[in-house]
Design a protein around this ligand. Structure first.
Ligand code: AMP
Length: 484
């Protein structure tokens, strides 16, 4: 396979053309002009969306022509539907094609394969396929992800299949044992391809792609197509169309971003506690930097009465699923999560994202805040930073090309001056007296409560969480000492 593209700029569909199509989409050609079959259209209309999103308006008609696509669209933009709808259409078309008739006794592997970086995202995609494919008679979908027993997956792969959604590692295992047959795949979708490469899946993806007929359609979704992702795109696609709907420099207008400077870990705890006490918090995702911190913080929040659970990659898949289910069903108000596990969380009622521990990479910040402000709603993303975090805050601001404005919680203002490392020409921020936090609430009094995470315990010294998470026992209001 070969095609010419040299760099990101050369790949980009001209901005003017893109803008024109986006404007056209915004003006209103509705879902019926996308070109999908009535049974798919019915499911879309049933979802109650007002109009196609930009990425849907651009990518769906392009995908329906059979072209390969390289698409950049931010999370929450409706990108899943942008590949699921054409995928379903392909399945319907194949059923009408006598040359593709399924013959009993011969392998009946999937026609569409979707690869996703995490189990959560794979399952999110799988749910979207079921939702939008509701009216497609006899639609057979399977997902294979790591961390769960093989048996049910082997069984699912044995039957005739239309769609398979997989994380690369587990799929490769199943291919190795002969259980996964990819010889009938007509459409390959790589969701969050950049993330898959970050996670080290490049060889797995290449091996999987080699097992799929070359005469396929390939749709790649990725925040960027520079570097390794561009190289992979060159290998996997033919003459692709580039659709760039949004980038990491997007303004995220629907998400208000705030920064609170904390003088110490203790101060940060007090800020978090106060922020979560705000009645405007419908549901919140609190991010930590490590799995251990996630367990520990969830435990502590549970101790002071929050309905809370941790979610991270070190938990068994069954428990992760139950936690997500609890979040979706609103049995949980607070989720304490790490970056990897939180990918793919699509719960529109998440009103707040709180960065308690900063991400390792600036781009993860964008994915984190994208957990709120979904499906046309607004959201608030709050970052709690200590002075030592200033380097990462600046990297995030450079990456997003936006300043994160500083705010204070009345009564919990930082006593230390804000970090001085500021880009030239910009005003200092984080000063006491900055934008106050709207939630109001109790004033900070050091002796008010012991404060969680009290002194004397080194970070990660012991693991909390076992038996404390939502999955094991719905976290009801619990009272008790802090940092016990
Ligand atoms: P994503 O993770 O980018 O696929 O975002 C998916 C979210 O957007 C889900 O909550 C969908 O239900 C929602 N969504 C998908 N299509 C639309 C649409 N046309 N209008 C509004 N929301 C949509």
């Amino acid at each position: 396979m070969s095609f010419e593209f040299h760099d990101e700029a050369a790949l980009a569909v001209s901005t003017a053309a893109n803008t024109a199509s986006i404007a056209a989409a915004a003006e209103g050609p509705g879902f019926d002009s996308l070109g999908v079959a009535p049974e798919i259209l019915k499911a879309i209309l049933h979802a109650g969306y007002p109009t196609p999103t930009d990425v849907q308006a651009l990518a769906v008609p392009a995908a329906l022509t059979g072209a390969d696509l390289l698409v950049s669209a931010k999370t929450g933009s409706g990108k899943t539907a942008a590949f699921v709808w054409p995928a379903l259409q392909r399945i319907l078309d194949a059923r009408l094609d006598p040359a593709k008739k399924r013959i009993k006794g011969q392998p009946q592997g999937p026609r569409v394969l979707v690869l996703a970086p995490t189990r959560e995202l794979a399952m999110q995609v799988s749910r979207a396929c079921m939702q939008y494919g509701h009216g497609v008679q006899g639609l057979r979908i399977a997902h294979v992800v790591g961390g769960v027993p093989y048996q049910a997956q082997l069984k699912a792969l044995r039957g005739p299949l239309d769609m398979l959604i997989a994380t690369p590692g587990r799929l490769l295992d199943l291919m190795g044992s002969g259980a996964a047959i990819l010889s009938q795949v007509e459409m390959l979708v790589l969701d969050e391809a950049d993330r898959m490469l970050d996670m080290g899946f490049i060889d797995d993806i290449t091996t999987i792609a080699q097992a799929i007929p070359a005469q396929r359609q390939t749709l790649m979704f990725s925040a960027t197509f520079a570097g390794n992702v561009g190289t992979l795109a060159r290998e996997l696609t033919r003459d692709p169309q580039r659709i760039n709907v949004a980038s990491h420099t997007d303004t995220h207008a629907q998400i208000e971003q705030r920064l609170h400077w904390a003088d110490s870990l203790h101060h940060k705890h007090a800020l978090l506690e106060q922020l979560l006490a705000d009645r405007n918090v419908d549901q919140a995702v609190v991010f930590t930097s490590t799995q251990r911190d996630a367990d520990e913080l969830a435990w502590k929040l549970g101790e002071i009465g929050h309905s809370v659970a941790a979610l991270h990659g070190g938990m068994p898949q069954g428990r992760r699923n139950r936690v997500l289910q609890g979040l979706r069903q609103r049995q949980l108000r607070v989720l304490v999560a790490t970056d990897v596990a939180a990918r793919g969380i699509d719960v529109p009622s998440i009103t707040h994202v709180i960065n308690y521990g900063l991400p390792m990479k600036a781009e993860d910040y964008v994915h984190r805040i994208g957990r709120t402000g979904r499906a046309g709603r607004t959201g608030l993303a709050i970052t709690l930073a200590e002075r030592r975090d200033v380097g990462m805050i600046r990297r995030i601001e450079r990456f997003t090309t936006q300043r994160i404005s500083a705010a204070v919680v009345p009564g919990l203002e930082p006593k230390l001056a804000p970090p001085s490392d500021k880009p030239s020409g910009e005003r200092s921020f984080g000063r006491p007296g900055g934008k106050p936090f709207a939630g109001g609430g109790k004033p900070f009094a050091p002796g008010r409560k012991p404060g969680f995470g009290g002194p004397g315990k080194a970070r990660g010294e012991r693991e909390f969480g076992a038996g404390r998470d939502f999955a094991g026992k719905p976290a009801g209001p619990r009272r008790g000492g802090f940092g016990r």
